[in-house]
Design a protein around this ligand. Structure first.
Ligand SMILES: N[C@@H](CCC(=O)N[C@@H](CS)C(=O)NCC(=O)O)C(=O)O
Length: 196
């Protein structure tokens, strides 16, 4: 398998899952700052120009965080990344979607890519402030998923970003971030991405 990632981007969550699984994989950085996502060769691999992108052993390409995480969990059951109980599985998917679709795509995306949300440069500070508000409100929810799962990897990457932008998050999510940072798989990912 081959993971296309960008250091410190949301792909850190998938990178952690690959380390949790422990099977050999390749990892190739895509330089988002230089626009490598819009040019060949990467644009041919994922025309949506996004990381994470996973090329599987059969050569097929999988994109979108939740589907990559779900597929990795289901195809590597020994890694215990998804509970067996259907109700808990649904809770994991619920939390993962909230981290990706709301906290990331509506919150942090406004902070990191404010120009994508307004045609007026003068409005960008207001867009950033709205994004911060959405992300902070997202962290205020009460999360309880039980054992470690793919949802933790998604929650991890938005918590990681909150720290990078100096956001204060509630004690329960800060404690979750600390638990994640203590995991050997997270430490391996941080070392590999030059973020340690
Ligand atoms: N909905 C996508 C979001 C992926 C995404 O937004 N990735 C960002 C990095 S965190 C990216 O590749 N941005 C490059 C760009 O938009 O040019 C997913 O769930 O995987």
């Amino acid at each position: 398998m081959k993971l296309y990632y960008a250091p410190g981007a949301c792909s850190i969550g998938i990178h952690v899952l690959l380390e949790e699984i422990g099977k050999p994989y390749e990892a190739e950085a895509v330089n988002l700052r230089e626009g490598a996502q819009y040019k060949p060769p990467f644009a041919a691999v994922n025309p949506k120009s996004k990381v994470p992108t996973l090329v599987r052993d059969d050569g097929t390409v999988m994109t979108e965080y939740p589907s990559i995480a779900y597929w990795l969990a289901r195809t590597n059951p020994f890694a215990n990344l998804l509970p067996d109980d259907i109700d808990r599985q649904a809770r994991v998917l619920e939390l993962m979607d909230y981290a990706v679709a709301t906290i990331h795509m509506q919150g942090f995306a406004r902070m990191f890519r404010s120009a994508n949300f307004t045609p007026n440069a003068a409005d960008e500070d207001a867009v950033k402030a709205r994004g911060k508000d959405i992300a902070e409100k997202g962290f205020g929810k009460d999360y309880a998923v039980g054992s470690y799962s793919i949802a933790d990897s998604a929650l991890f990457y938005v918590e990681f970003w909150s720290k990078r932008v100096g956001m204060t998050i509630p004690a329960n999510t800060a404690a979750h971030l600390d638990r994640m940072l203590a995991r050997p798989a997270v430490q391996r990912m941080l070392a590999q991405e030059g973020l340690a």
